[in-house]
Design a protein around this ligand. Structure first.
Ligand SMILES: [Zn+2]
Length: 262
């Protein structure tokens, strides 16, 4: 019987019968674990505070069969300020869905756990506008998950001071103004062209690329500390979202729902 005591973040909760919950918890060092929380639907249950979506707690867990069971729990942070605002709540739900999609069982996912905690803290405390937080999170989690774009210089001529760039959202590389025509020839073999579709491209200003470079390279706790002119925000928000969804090759209902409220 394996027993562990580790901090973990609840990223999904499902009802299990009348009284119990099946939780997906992102646990330090262990990655994603499936945890049965007996009696957690009752307000009198002693683990109730720790077994809510978004709760970050120290869990004592015992493995039986394919699941872990809670032996004890100690709340570290409930992110109460997220739960009281429907827009924040929906954004945090989307963040949980993305995290759940990219993390694996039995794999150390501490960088993603740290990113999720920093992102929740920023949402709860209004450190930045929600769309700023979302976009930076989307790009950053893509990077941590192994989809880092190469934004250092034009992928064809190495120029790094172009006024605007063509960003290939599928391959994650940039082309300067002089080389942009090569973008279409260089990828003649790609599946988009084979299927007669236009490959997703974003035309980005130098400052949007600079903001993206910042998010890609920043220290974990500083990934939100950049600013952009108001007229460049939409371009930044759009490209971060498109890039992540393209890399993961899927959409999210929670994102669609969040966006209906903007
Ligand atoms: Zn070039």
């Amino acid at each position: 019987m394996t027993e562990i005591k580790k901090n973990g973040l609840v990223i999904q909760e499902k009802d299990l019968g009348e009284n119990d919950k099946l939780l997906t918890v992102l646990v330090e060092r262990y990655g994603k674990l499936y945890v049965v929380a007996k009696g957690a639907k009752s307000v009198r249950n002693r683990h109730m505070a720790c077994t809510q979506l978004f709760s970050y707690a120290t869990f004592g867990l015992r493995k039986r069969g394919n699941y872990y069971y809670i032996v004890d729990s100690d709340l570290i942070e409930s992110y109460y300020d997220i739960r009281t605002d429907i827009l924040k709540l929906s954004l945090a739900s989307f963040i949980c869905d993305v995290v759940n999609d990219v993390v694996q069982e039995g794999n150390n996912e501490d960088d993603i756990l740290k990113l999720a905690l920093n992102t929740f803290f920023a949402i709860a405390k209004n450190l930045k506008p929600l769309e700023h937080i979302r976009a930076a999170f989307e790009l950053r989690i893509a990077v941590i998950s192994g989809f880092a774009p190469n934004l250092d210089a034009c992928s064809q001529c190495d120029k790094s001071d172009s006024h605007s760039y063509y960003f290939d959202i599928v391959d994650g590389v940039i082309y300067c103004n002089n080389c942009k025509n090569k973008l279409f020839y260089a990828n003649a073999e790609n599946e988009f062209l084979e299927r007669g579709l236009a490959k997703p491209i974003a035309i980005l200003s130098e400052s949007v690329i600079a903001a993206m470079r910042y998010v890609v390279n920043a220290r974990a706790e500083r990934f939100l500390s950049f600013s952009l002119q108001a007229d460049e925000l939409t371009s930044f928000y759009n490209v971060c979202e498109k890039f992540l969804l393209n890399q993961l090759e899927r959409g999210f209902y929670s994102l669609d729902f969040y966006k209906t409220m903007l």
